[in-house]
Design a protein around this ligand. Structure first.
Ligand SMILES: *[C@@H]1O[C@H](CO)[C@@H](O)[C@H](O)[C@H]1NC(C)=O
Ligand SMILES: *[C@@H]1O[C@H](CO)[C@@H](O)[C@H](O)[C@H]1NC(C)=O
Ligand SMILES: *[C@@H]1O[C@H](CO)[C@@H](O)[C@H](O)[C@H]1NC(C)=O
Length: 183
């Protein structure tokens, strides 16, 4: 083999390994437990864990770009809402009329984004929202998480104010492909 060919092969392998390192791989799996009766609120498209089903967990989220792709979901941050306990950042509940979000564990960054604002874009519109909570990708199917599965690693879980600001029709609230960046 010509040395230039060998060089090309090594070069390509290096690129593959570098790309690999940037990807976010699962950290483990948990087995679903059935919610005790009266627990797990299925309003607003929340899922409940299925007994015996395996759920993938993540400690990372996909790498950030200027327009990071994510999936927008709907959450209530008020007391008695489907968000479970108070927000992780300040141990308080938040008014759903204010644009607030929870981010998947990797993006939540151990609280590093708490009270920072992010810009969410979709539908040719954008809205600035404050990070107040974690959408836990590492745990789930327990009382603390209202017996809901662990969060996928690419979620921006938003109050209704965010959905309104993006001009999404109420019938379509619940799931939307978006991009976001630090504001
Ligand atoms: C469902 O979402 C709506 C809009 O944010 C909210 O008013 C309602 O309280 C939520 N329901 C629950 C159970 O969280
Ligand atoms: C949330 O804010 C709106 C508008 O400012 C207000 O009308 C509403 O009473 C507040 N809700 C709660 C639960 O504080
Ligand atoms: C985020 O936006 C809110 C509302 O506009 C503002 O009160 C807050 O200071 C902002 N946070 C940061 C870290 O700039």
């Amino acid at each position: 083999m010509k040395s230039s060919t060998i060089f090309s092969i090594i070069f390509l392998l290096t690129i593959c390994l570098a790309t690999e390192a940037q990807q976010c791989r699962p950290s483990g799996r948990i087995r679903g437990k059935k919610a005790p009766s009266g627990q797990c609120n299925t309003e607003n498209d929340s899922d409940c864990c299925v007994k015996g089903k395996m759920y993938t967990t993540y400690t990372c989220s996909p790498p950030l770009s200027g327009h990071t792709k994510a999936y927008l979901t709907l959450n209530s941050f008020e007391a008695g809402g489907d968000g479970g306990g108070p927000s992780e950042c300040d141990k308080k509940y938040h008014n759903d009329s204010t644009p607030v979000v929870a981010l998947s564990t990797g993006w939540y960054n151990g609280g590093g984004r708490c009270h920072n604002n992010i810009t969410i874009s979709a539908n040719g519109r954008s809205v600035v929202a404050m990070v107040v909570d974690e959408c836990d990708s590492t745990m789930g199917c327990d009382a603390e998480h209202d017996y809901q599965p662990p969060c996928p690693n690419n979620i921006v879980d938003a109050s209704k104010a965010v959905w309104e600001a993006l001009g999404v029709r109420k019938e379509d609230w619940g799931g939307l492909d978006i991009t976001w960046s630090d504001a």
